[in-house]
Ligand binder design. Structure first.
Ligand code: NOJ
Length: 764
C-alpha cells in the first residue's frame, strides 16, 4: 500500500488493535516503499498507519557484528527487522548483506519501510585518506571534499547510506586522543573544512546513490574535556561556546548536513543528550536546521550515569524531548519507550516529530523511490580501491605533510644519496599508516614508509633498515645496531611517533612526548654525526623540543592513509614540495596546555619578563605556532593594504598582500589572514583567522592575494549576547603562520551593526 492510499477506518482499527501482526500485515499491505516518490503527505499518511512500536522502531538503531565473512545482523536483529522494530543499523556494510537485510525490511515487514545503513567514513572507506587533522594541514578544502567524495563513492557502493562524519570538534587539547579526528583548534578553518566535508559526502543530490547522508558531530564542545580525558566534563563560557565551538556546526548546518550527532559530554551541567536548549533551541529554532539528530553510541542510556535520569525510561524521555531523534544502540527507544508512550508518559507529538525526521532522511536518500538503489554488487567491485582513488589519496596525503624544520636545506634528499639508514619501527608499520578511524581500510593495501623510500631512491642509493626500538618499548637493545647503521650511512631517516591506536576515541594521554625510548633512540642516532631527518607520524601534536633543538630536518606526516609511504617518499626526495601548515599549536611540553594562537592578551601580556603572564621554567611561546609550515622554497610578504581606512560597521573592507616566491623551486604557500579588534567592549583574541588561500608560485613569481572582510568577520558577542561589529580600530595581519605576519589597520566608523550569528569560515 502506498503511503498516500487512504486507510479505511476499519483497517486503521485493526492495525491499532493488532499491532505488527505479520500475517495480517502481509495480507493487506504491499510494501509502501516500492516505486513511489515520498513527500511530506506520504510521510504523514505512513505515520498515520504506524503503531507506536513501529514508530519507536524507526528511532532505534542497532550495531551489526563482525562475522568471518564480514559484518552482519544477528538472528535477533533479523526478527526486529521483520517486526518493523528497527529503523537503521550501523557497522553493517557490503552490498550483499545490506541488500539481504533491505529486502527483509521491505518485503517482510508490515509496512515495508526501508532501512538506513550507517558507517563511520571518517577519513575514507576502503581507500584510506589522511586523518582529518592531517587533512586540515593541507588548508585545502577541495582535498577534504575529494576525500569525502571518494569515501562516499566507496561506502555507498557497499550499501552504506549514512556516514557519521565530518567530525567538527574544535579542540585545544593534544592530550585528547580524538584530536586526530578533528580539523584542529581554529573555528574558521574547521568551518571551511566542515562545509567541504558535507559537500563531498552529500554531493548535489542526496538521492544520487553515490552520495551519503553526512553527520556533523559531536554536537557540541566534545573537544573541550577537562584534563584532556575523553568523555570528561565540559564547563565553558557561553561566549567561548558561541565563538569557538559552535561555528563549524553552523557551517555544516548551512551546507545542508542531513544529520547531527549529539556529543557524549555535558556542557555546563547538562549532558548533550538531554540539552534541549542547544538542540531544539540553538540548532533547530535559532539556525532553522531541519535534519536528523542521532545519539552517540549508548549516549541515551548514559544519561543515567551522568546522573540526570533514574531509569532507562526517564533517560529515553529526556533525550527524545531534547531533540535526539535516533537512539544508537542503547535499545531504550525501541525496547522501553513503547510502554512509556502507551502509558501516556510520552506524548505522541514528540514521537511523531522524530519519526518524521527519520522518514524524511530515508526519503532524501531516495529509498522510498527505490529501496535497492544502493544494492549493486557490481558497483561495489568497480568502486573499491581503484587506481584513481589511490591517486587521490596520495595527492591529499602529500598536501597534508608539514615541514617543521629544514636547517641547511638538508631536505629534499638526493635520490643518489649513497646509503640511507631508515630507523624506527613505524617505518614498517603497515597498520599505523592508516590511522585510527580506518573505515573498511586494510593494512595489506597500505604502503609503508620504508617500502616507498626503497622504491623512490635512485639505483645508486642503498636503503637499509634498523628497528631501533618499538613505539612504546622501554628496551634499548636495538640502539647499537641502529647507531652502527646510521654511522655507515650518508643520511639517517628516523621514523618516530605514535602507533595508530594511541589516538582516537578513548585514547587520551597525559604525556605528549615521544612514547617509550624513542627520544633516546633519536639522540643515539644523532650523536653518530650522520645528518638526520626526523619523520614524525602521530595522531596528536607532540612535544618534540629535543628534536627541534638538535635534529636539522623534521617532517610532520601524521597518519596519512593507504598511500602514506608514497606521499612521504615524494616529499623526502623532493618530487613534491611540501606546503602543509599546522592546524593546531604544538606545545613545548604538556604543561603549556591549553595553548592556542587565538588567546586573549591579558592585563599582563606574556613576555619573558617578570610579572607577565609566563612560566619560570619554559618560554610562554609554543614550539611551533598555528599555521606554521615550511617549504623547499621561500616566500616573502609585502605591501599589506586595505581598500579603505574607514568603513561603516555594516560595510566591507578588502585586504590585499603581495606574495613572492623568493626561492628556486616552484611551490605552494598557504597565505593566512588574521584580524584583531584592538579595543572593544569585551576582551578580544590577539588574532583570529578570517581568510586564507593556498596558492602555487613559480620561482620569482608574485601574486596579489585579496580577501574581503565583512560584518561576520569582524563581529563578536557583546555584553548583551548580541553578535555585533563595534566601531573602533582593527588590525589585520597576513603571513605564512599566525606568528610570522605583517600588519595593517583600518577603522570601523558609525553605529554598531548586528551581524547575525558566528557562522565560521566562508566558502573558499
Ligand atoms: C562512538 C563515537 O563517539 C562516534 O564518533 C561514532 O560515530 C560512533 N561511536 C559510531 O561508531
Amino acid at each position: 500500500m502506498s503511503p498516500e492510499e487512504p486507510v479505511s477506518p476499519g483497517r486503521k482499527l485493526l492495525l491499532a488493535a493488532g499491532g505488527a501482526c505479520l500475517l495480517l500485515a502481509l495480507s493487506i499491505s504491499a510494501p509502501v516503499a516500492r516505486g513511489q516518490p515520498a513527500s511530506t503527505t506520504r510521510i504523514d499518511s505512513l505515520l498515520a498507519e504506524m503503531t507506536v512500536e513501529e514508530k519507536l522502531g524507526q528511532l532505534a538503531q542497532y550495531t551489526g557484528q563482525w562475522a568471518t565473512t564480514g559484518p552482519e545482523a544477528s538472528a535477533d536483529q533479523e526478527a526486529l527487522i521483520r517486526d518493523g522494530a528497527v529503523g537503521s543499523f550501523l557497522n553493517i556494510y557490503g552490498a550483499e548483506e545490506t541488500c539481504r537485510l533491505q529486502r527483509m525490511a521491505v518485503e517482510e515487514s508490515r509496512l515495508g519501510i526501508p532501512l538506513l545503513f550507517a558507517y563511520d567514513v571518517v577519513h575514507g572507506f576502503r581507500t584510506v585518506f589522511p586523518m582529518p587533522l592531517a587533512m586540515a594541514s593541507s588548508w585545502n578544502p577541495s582535498m577534504a571534499r575529494r576525500a569525502a567524495r571518494v569515501g562516499a563513492m566507496e561506502a555507498s557502493a557497499a550499501g552504506v547510506h549514512w556516514t557519521f562524519a565530518p567530525m567538527l570538534d574544535v579542540t585545544r587539547e593534544p592530550r585528547w586522543g580524538r584530536i586526530m579526528e578533528s580539523f584542529g583548534e581554529d573555528p574558521y578553518l574547521s568551518s571551511v573544512m566542515a562545509r567541504a566535508g558535507v559537500e563531498g559526502f552529500q554531493g548535489d543530490d542526496l538521492s544520487d546513490p553515490r552520495t551519503l547522508l553526512s553527520t556533523a558531530k559531536h554536537y557540541v564542545a566534545y573537544g573541550a574535556p577537562q584534563a584532556g580525558r575523553d568523555y570528561n566534563t565540559v564547563d565553558l563560557s557561553r561566549r567561548t561556546l558561541r565563538e569557538v565551538f559552535l561555528p563549524p556546526f553552523r557551517a555544516a548546518a548551512d551546507a545542508g548536513a542531513a544529520s547531527v550527532m549529539a556529543a557524549f559530554n555535558e556542557v555546563n551541567g547538562i549532558p548533550m543528550h538531554a540539552h534541549d536548549r542547544l538542540i531544539n533551541g540553538v540548532l533547530r529554532d535559532e539556525w532553522g536546521w531541519n535534519g536528523l539528530l542521532v545519539s552517540d553510541y549508548t549516549g541515551v542510556r548514559e544519561l543515567i550515569q551522568h546522573g540526570i535520569a533514574a531509569s532507562k525510561a526517564e533517560a529515553g524521555v529526556k533525550a527524545l524531548r531534547a531533540g535526539v531523534d535516533v537512539d544508537m544502540v542503547s535499545g531504550i527507544y525501541g525496547d522501553v519507550l513503547p510502554e512509556v508512550a502507551r502509558d501516556g508518559r510520552l506524548d505522541e507529538e514528540t514521537v511523531d516529530r522524530a519519526v518524521r525526521r527519520v522518514l524524511r532522511a530515508k526519503h532524501r536518500a531516495g529509498l522510498f523511490e527505490d529501496p535497492y538503489r544502493y544494492c549493486k554488487p557490481d558497483r561495489e567491485d568497480a568502486n573499491t580501491l581503484t587506481d584513481e582513488h589511490r591517486r587521490s589519496a596520495r595527492r591529499v596525503a602529500r598536501e597534508s605533510i608539514v615541514l617543521l624544520k629544514n636547517e641547511g636545506d638538508l631536505l629534499p634528499l638526493s635520490k643518489d644519496a649513497g646509503t640511507i639508514a631508515v630507523i624506527g619501527s613505524l617505518a614498517v608499520d603497515r597498520r599505523s599508516v592508516l590511522g585510527e578511524w580506518a573505515g573498511a581500510g586494510r593494512a595489506e593495501d597500505a604502503v609503508t614508509i620504508l617500502e616507498s623510500i626503497r622504491r623512490g631512491a635512485g639505483p645508486d642509493a642503498e636503503v637499509r633498515y634498523a628497528k631501533g626500538a618499538g613505539v612504546t618499548s622501554t628496551s634499548k637493545a636495538g640502539f647499537d645496531e641502529a647507531a652502527a647503521l646510521a654511522r655507515e650511512a650518508e643520511v639517517a631517516v628516523l621514523v618516530l611517533g605514535e602507533s595508530y591506536d594511541m589516538s582516537g576515541e578513548a585514547a587520551s594521554r597525559t604525556s605528549i612526548d615521544l612514547p617509550g625510548v624513542q627520544r633516546a633512540l633519536a639522540k643515539k642516532v644523532y650523536q653518530t654525526g650522520t645528518p638526520t631527518v626526523a619523520v614524525l607520524t602521530n595522531g596528536r601534536p607532540l612535544a618534540v623540543s629535543w628534536l627541534d633543538d638538535n635534529v636539522p630536518a623534521i617532517l610532520e606526516t601524521w597518519h596519512l592513509g593507504t598511500e602514506m609511504g608514497n606521499a612521504v617518499a615524494d616529499v623526502l626526495f623532493g618530487d613534491y614540495n611540501p606546503a602543509g601548515s599546522l592546524p593546531v599549536t604544538f606545545p613545548r611540553n604538556v604543561g603549556q596546555v591549553p595553548i592556542y594562537y587565538n588567546h586573549k592578551n591579558t592585563g599582563r601580556p606574556p613576555a619573558e619578563k617578570d610579572y607577565t603572564s609566563r612560566y619560570l621554567n619554559t618560554p610562554w611561546t609554543p614550539l611551533y605556532p598555528f599555521g606554521h609550515g615550511l617549504s623547499y622554497t621561500t616566500f616573502a610578504y609585502d605591501d599589506l593594504r586595505v581598500s579603505t581606512e574607514r568603513v561603516e560597521a555594516s560595510g566591507e573592507v578588502g585586504v590585499s598582500v603581495d606574495v613572492t616566491n623568493t626561492g628556486e623551486r616552484a611551490g605552494d604557500e598557504i597565505v593566512q589572514f588574521y584580524v584583531r579588534d584592538s579595543v572593544a567592549s569585551v576582551t578580544r583574541p590577539v588574532k583570529e583567522l578570517r581568510g586564507f588561500r593556498r596558492i602555487h608560485l613559480e620561482p620569482g613569481e608574485v601574486e596579489t592575494v585579496t580577501i574581503t572582510l565583512g560584518p561576520e568577520d569582524l563581529a563578536f558577542y557583546n555584553r548583551n549576547g548580541e553578535y555585533v561589529v563595534e566601531p573602533g580600530y582593527f588590525k589585520v595581519f597576513a603571513g605564512g603562520s599566525s606568528r610570522d605576519v605583517i600588519e595593517a589597520s583600518f577603522r570601523v566608523v558609525g553605529e554598531p551593526h548586528r551581524a547575525g550569528v558566528a557562522r565560521g569560515g566562508k566558502a573558499e
